[in-house]
Structure formats: structure tokens, C-alpha cells
Design a protein around this ligand. Structure first.
Ligand SMILES: [Zn+2]
Length: 411
């Protein structure tokens, strides 16, 4: 049986709960008690709007049940004595749905600014990313880089951090981590960094590494590395990327003249037309090559590259003359590109050197990837979003099919 008499506190006729008070009054008293700072005897100004909101919950009996849970009581008491409530202070409290509910109330009532979602996500991401730095000293450097060059800049911007900035900053730091880990793999301290290390690192990977220039210029400014260092391909005007015209001229020499040895032409075509890395080309065996009457297919990595006429000609020549350069070092060899050392395939550096007569393989590869990405905007997007390099190469190779047909057709 429910007994409705007047509340001793507010006089309303209602279901009474505790010491002659109605549910609404009990909730009000609870909120006041929990949010009052015992030192000042008052509720902090910034908590007042939230207090009002809590008190005016429609179902005050549910409100009382909620507020009297141990973790909610603890959280509100904690807030009551906090000198100034900030997102960071809330972050320091144990993560719970209650904490986020209270954060939401504080934001909704203007006591906390709306949180910068991407800034918060970036900070959380950066904390994780630091674990991927192998060396402790480098980890400190990257932490400093994240703070000074990214988070500080994000905070200086008017308004919340944009999604694009968030993605770019993630990718830039990922590349920086890749560089310092590569250095520690090669037992090189950051302060010992030389131009040749940077060149090797860039050469070793995909064009994404060119973004390392952002970390490098910060490291130069903060005097962590020597000022003359550069990631060259990134500079406008001095880019070693082969221009489309140069590329056309080189393709003409490689594909349509016999200036190079067929073996070098075969390699050159994979680099020039298909943007393949010389390292992958050097290790090809005849098991990777399929020759039919119509077409020659070469499997590089996980990709089958189809070579239409005239791109197939050096391959057909080599296949038809398998023994023409067998030597004592290679009495029986399955390598397409035999090395100087017995039983080894050609060293990529040697192959690069041989092709240098006609073109720089790196510049050609970059030029080709550039041309190919024109045909496949998705590749550019992939790169900007920091997809796995293999994805870019895949897209590039797909469009290389179109490019190779174009080259075959311009004869
Ligand atoms: Zn009452």
C-alpha cells in the first residue's frame, strides 16, 4: 500500500521515501551533499549546471538509485573537490561509462569545452605508436617530435583538429618511426646520421618514405642531426624523378633499340614500364617466367606482369639462348640475372649500376610510379592514407598494364 502524504521538505503530496521526504527532495539532497566541496561548503560554479540537471531527472527514484551506487558516489565526490574540472582530470579517473556520462553532462551544460575528438584520438594513437620504437633514446626523440611538431601545432589551430590533419600526422610519425628503427637495425645512432644512410633508407622502401623529410627538417632544426642532410626526392625542382619526356626517351632507347644487352633490357623494362624495385628484379628465376606464343608473363613478388610485344622481346631472346653466357661460375643456373659470385643472382647494386648507362633506376621507378598513379588515382589516395606499400604497388601494376599497352602501341 502506498502512503501519500505531504513531503516535509517541499510540501508536495507524493510518495514519500526517506525521513518524510519525497523522491525529488531526496535526489536534490543527495546531489547537493555529493557535489558540495567540504572545504568551502559550496558547489563549485562550474559544477552547478550539472547539479541542476541531475536534480531535475524525470524519474527521481531511478536517479537516487543511480547516484547511490558506490562508484557514482565516489566519482561525484572526487569532482566536488577538484580545483578545476578539465578533460585531462576526468581522463585521470578510472575509465567507466559513468565517467563518460558525467563528461557528457559537463559538456552539455557548458562546464567543459566540447572535446577535440581527433586530438584525443591522436594522443591515444601516439602513446601506442611509441611502443613501436625499438631504441629507448630514439623513443624519447620521437616522443619529443610528436609533442613539439604535432600535438602543439594541433592545439594552436583554431577549432578542432581536422580528420586530414589527424591522418597526415599519423603517417608522418609512422614514417619517422620507420626511419629511426631502420637506423637502430643498422646500428646507427641518430646523431651519426649521414646522407648515404638516408639515401639507402629511401631506396630501400616505397615512396612513402619521402615523407620522412618532415621529421628530418624538425631534427635539423632541433640540432639532433647535421644541417646539410636531405631527403632529396621530396624537393620540388631538384626531384630526381624522371620527367615524362625523359621517360619517353629512355623507353624508346630501352624498348626499341639494341643499345643494351638483352639481359639488361629485360630488367630495364620491369623497372621502367612497371615501376618494379630492382631488388625484386635481381632475384628472378626462370620459374617466375612463363612464355607462350602470345605473351610473356613474369611473376614479380605476388604479381604477374604480362609483357606484350615489343616488351617481351628481350625475354624471348634470353629464353631461346639459355646457355649463351653460362660460365664456370654458373654451369647450371636458374637465375635470370646471374651474379659475379658463383651460384648467386646479380647483386641489385650491380644491376642498378649496369642500367645507369641509360637511366637511374630509382628516378625511373619514381617517374613510372608517378605516371602510373595518373592512371590510377586510387594509388595516390592509398599513399596519402598510408595503406600498406604493397597495396600501392598492386594498384600501380594494375595500371601498368594500361601503360605497357600504350608503349606497345606508340611504335
Ligand atoms: Zn519534497
Amino acid at each position: 500500500m502506498r502512503l501519500n502524504i505531504d513531503c516535509q521538505r517541499c510540501g508536495a503530496e507524493d510518495e514519500l521515501y526517506d525521513s518524510g521526504r519525497c523522491w525529488t527532495c531526496v535526489l536534490e539532497d543527495d546531489v547537493d551533499r555529493l557535489l558540495t566541496n567540504p572545504d568551502t561548503g559550496t558547489i563549485a560554479k562550474e559544477l552547478a549546471p550539472m547539479a541542476t540537471a541531475l536534480k531535475s531527472m524525470k524519474r527521481s527514484n531511478s536517479g537516487v538509485t543511480w547516484i547511490r551506487q558506490k562508484h557514482v558516489t565516489a566519482l561525484l565526490q572526487e569532482l566536488a573537490v577538484t580545483p578545476k574540472v578539465t578533460h585531462a582530470q576526468l581522463d585521470a579517473l578510472p575509465n567507466s561509462r559513468t565517467r563518460e556520462f558525467v563528461r557528457g553532462l559537463l559538456v552539455a551544460h557548458g562546464s567543459l569545452p566540447r572535446r577535440d575528438v581527433y586530438l584525443a584520438r591522436y594522443k591515444a594513437w601516439a602513446t601506442e605508436a611509441l611502443n613501436r620504437v625499438d631504441d629507448q633514446r630514439n623513443r624519447d626523440v620521437i616522443a619529443q617530435y610528436i609533442q613539439a611538431a604535432h600535438i602543439r601545432r594541433m592545439k594552436q589551430q583554431a577549432g578542432p583538429v581536422a580528420h586530414g590533419t589527424f591522418l597526415r600526422s599519423k603517417q608522418t610519425v609512422t614514417v619517422a618511426i620507420d626511419l629511426v628503427n631502420w637506423l637502430s637495425d643498422h646500428c646507427i645512432e641518430l646523431h651519426e646520421l649521414e646522407q648515404e644512410h638516408l639515401d639507402a633508407w629511401v631506396n630501400d622502401g616505397t615512396t612513402t618514405r619521402l615523407m620522412g623529410v618532415r621529421f628530418l627538417s624538425w631534427a635539423i632544426k632541433t640540432e639532433l642531426v647535421a644541417p646539410h642532410l636531405d631527403i632529396r626526392a621530396h624537393r620540388r625542382g631538384t626531384s630526381p624523378r624522371m620527367s615524362a619526356d625523359e621517360q619517353q626517351a629512355v623507353v624508346e632507347r630501352v624498348v626499341h633499340t639494341e643499345e643494351l644487352h638483352p639481359r639488361d633490357r629485360a630488367a630495364a623494362i620491369l623497372v621502367l614500364v612497371f615501376g618494379q624495385q630492382i631488388e625484386h628484379v635481381a632475384g628472378l628465376t626462370w620459374d617466375h617466367v612463363k612464355i607462350s606464343d602470345d605473351i610473356v608473363t613474369v611473376r614479380v613478388g605476388a604479381i604477374d606482369i604480362a609483357l606484350p610485344d615489343p616488351l617481351d622481346q628481350p625475354w624471348r631472346f634470353l629464353a631461346a639462348n639459355p646457355g649463351h653466357d653460362l660460365t664456370a661460375a654458373h654451369p647450371v643456373s636458374n637465375w635470370v640475372f646471374r651474379g659475379y659470385s658463383p651460384g648467386q643472382h646479380i647483386n641489385p647494386a650491380q644491376l642498378r649500376h649496369r642500367l645507369k648507362v641509360v637511366f637511374g633506376t630509382r628516378a625511373a621507378r619514381l617517374g613510372t610510379l608517378h605516371e602510373l598513379t595518373k592512371l590510377a588515382p586510387v594509388a595516390i589516395i592509398a599513399e596519402a592514407l598510408g595503406y600498406h606499400p604493397a597495396t600501392i604497388e598492386k594498384h600501380a601494376t594494375d595500371s601498368a598494364v594500361a601503360y605497357s599497352q600504350y608503349i606497345a602501341a606508340i611504335r
